[in-house]
Design a protein around this ligand. Structure first.
Ligand code: PNS
Length: 157
């Protein structure tokens, strides 16, 4: 079974990577799908984010990184995937995630969203937090893959 793990991944964090690794043990294939969202001002381009994901998931043979535009369910149909994978960190994630899961199901009833509970050491972690710490010169090497930490230091130096 193919699962799509959609998100902004600006940038990928160790929390995302943990979810990808666990997803790759549950599904035959996991497609990490980077949303190319013209209405957001990202830190990294879609190409940079794909490169960061590919580098940090190279040990996982059934994981692929790709980008998409528009609706996630349309992309899922195109990739013949019937599962969307998402992580749940804390209670406050639940409302938005449930809304997305329901909305996606109204758009295509062939889709199921599977939630994995984030490993507790990453339950506070988000790409925005990483960017905020990095902007003020804080240490982020324990929060993101090594290659991403390098990219962020380069960006802010
Ligand atoms: O990592 P993020 O930013 O929390 O991911 C959000 C994402 C990309 C999964 C969500 O915004 C999304 O699916 N956007 C594509 C547009 C879409 O399909 N919208 C309908 C579902 S709410």
């Amino acid at each position: 079974m193919i699962a799509i793990y959609p998100g902004s991944f600006d940038p990928i964090t160790l929390g995302h990577l943990d979810l990808i690794e666990r997803g790759s043990r549950l599904f035959d294939q996991v497609i990490v799908a980077v949303l190319s969202n013209p209405s957001k001002q990202p830190l990294f381009t879609v190409e940079q984010r794909l490169e960061q994901i590919r580098y940090s998931t190279q040990h996982l043979t059934n994981v692929e990184a790709d980008s998409f535009q528009g609706l996630t369910v349309e992309y899922a149909k195109q990739r013949q995937a019937k599962v969307l994978l998402r992580g749940l960190r804390v209670l406050s994630d639940f409302e938005m995630e449930l809304q997305m899961a329901h909305t996606n199901q109204t758009l295509w009833d062939g889709i199921e969203t599977v939630f994995l509970a984030t490993t507790k050491e990453y339950s506070f972690l988000s790409s925005s937090i990483v960017k905020e710490i990095a902007r003020f010169g804080g240490k982020i090497s324990h929060l993101v893959p090594e290659n991403v930490a390098r990219d962020i230091y380069l960006y802010y130096s």
